[in-house]
Design a protein around this ligand. Sequence first.
Ligand code: ADP
Length: 598
Amino acid sequence: MRKSVFFRRVLAILLLALLLWALLTAVLYSFLSRPVFMRIKAREMQPKAEMVATRAAASFLIDDVFFDSILLSSQELFNAWIFVMDGLSGDVRNASLPATESEARPVILEQIKKNNDRLLSGDFNSLWFTARLPKDGGSSEAFFIGVPIRVSFGRQDSVVGTVFFVSSMDEMNAGFHSINIALIFSSLIVLVLMVLPVWFITARLIRPLRQTRDVALAIAHGDFSIRADAGQVGEIGELAGIMNDLADKLSASIADLTLERNRLRQILAGMSDGLLAIDHNGTITSANPALLDLMGLDALPPTGSRLAEQPALMELSEPLMQVVTQKIDTEQTLSRHNRVLAVQMSPLCEPDGPAAGAVALIRDITEAERLEQTRRDYVANVSHELRTPLTAIRALVEPMRDGLVQAENDRQRYYGIILAEIVRLSRLINDMLELSRLQAGSLVMQLRDFELGSLLEDISDRFRLQAEDQQITLGWPENLSALPIVHANLDRVEQVLIILLDNAFKYTPSGGSIGLQVVWDDHTVAISVADTGIGIHPADVDAVFDRFYKADKAHQQPGTGLGLAIARELLRQMGQDITVTSQLGKGSTFTFTLARGG
Ligand code: ADP
């Protein structure tokens, strides 16, 4: 409380007001009380003077010894000197003045003469005044009161002289001074006594104001928990109330803003795209964690640092500053660590105002680029695959139309080739449709338990015959009934087996061998088709499951290049996988898994 300037000022003003009040009371008292005292003195002395005047009237007619003795003893009787003036002769009779006062007599007489005429006129019953009389080399104040001496002649009154009482004011002035001093002293005592109550009242008055100040200070330091006492009536209480209200509203607004900021931070942190924002000076204002990976940074650039001074991001500085100055969206691509990045840059600005900064959104488009490339390859592959049989058909049909093929057996041979090409074409189209249906997910794969042994039994005859035809040794599981029950789609598993076995026969020369093996554990059954065929080059192993992939780049081999892609897609839809191991010139083994049923 001691530090409060406001408190000290209010306290000082109140104490000063008290002091002024005491001083003014003393001064006003000394000015106003004097005439009152004089009037009291006049009222006290006037009857005495009138009584002496009545006596003096008689003494004018006959010698009055008693009156003379009154004059002589006037100081003792009335505490005043009496001066009696004869109105006709102008003689003055007076009480004898002590030797010490004798020098005052001429001054007294002068004062009496000055005022005598007014009394003699009969218009006044009394008149009083003060005058300074010489005394002991100095002067002292004296009080004069005069009354007329009236004598009645028949019915008429006439003034025949005057009586003046002259008394020293010393006593009255001394009393007056002591009252003044007592008054000043009592005022000072009141002042001292009032210091504590005034202190407490001021402190009470100031407390809500101090609290209000504390609330404002706390708000300035970000603390919204402090509240002022708004209970006081009047402006100070209202101010405290308003400040409390302000603290409530600010606290709520800041909580909202913090929530919003945290949400935004979370969104930025959770974004897979990189975000980099700068202000109009090129200072970084925001950067999200995705930027680390995308731009290959070790640490995020600190907010407040200059973009142009960040070596890893320097190349974005110039285009971003251009976006700030030109206020137009720009897009560019960057290459980083075998990745293709698309950078979308936009200005941050109000529609009419200058740009306050710019933001760059960095997206990894490597996969999109790859997909685009795949799409292009697909179209090229499809066109190529379609064109090959069509070109062959055209090359045969045109000479036949022009009548160039005359021999019947040639014609029959041509028809045979055309039919084979058409069959190839329709197989290709069927495979393409099958694969796209599978990849579109439009086929619903119903899974159920069935015996793997009976499926292998069903297809074994067909491949045994083919093996005999191609002089290939076919190895088939011995005890088919011992094979486990699997949970899958029977038709689709058959389709996969046929693709793999067809391929094995396709790529295994006569004299080779093909073997089908089944192994299983509690959950999974693994089926392998192994051959001793041409094998696959290590560089091609990973690609054989891709669409239209053919190890034979000249595409001379029969087949569409879609079989393995279809097989992998079918297994994927059943929740299973297919792998291959191969050695060029030695053979290949394709293994796929199925879930155990039962
Ligand atoms: P295709 O109809 O051409 O056989 P696939 O998708 O079934 O198409 O096979 C893709 C490619 O994988 C084939 O062109 C072939 O080069 C290779 N391939 C598939 N199976 C074998 C195998 N058993 N031995 C050697 N190469 C194989």
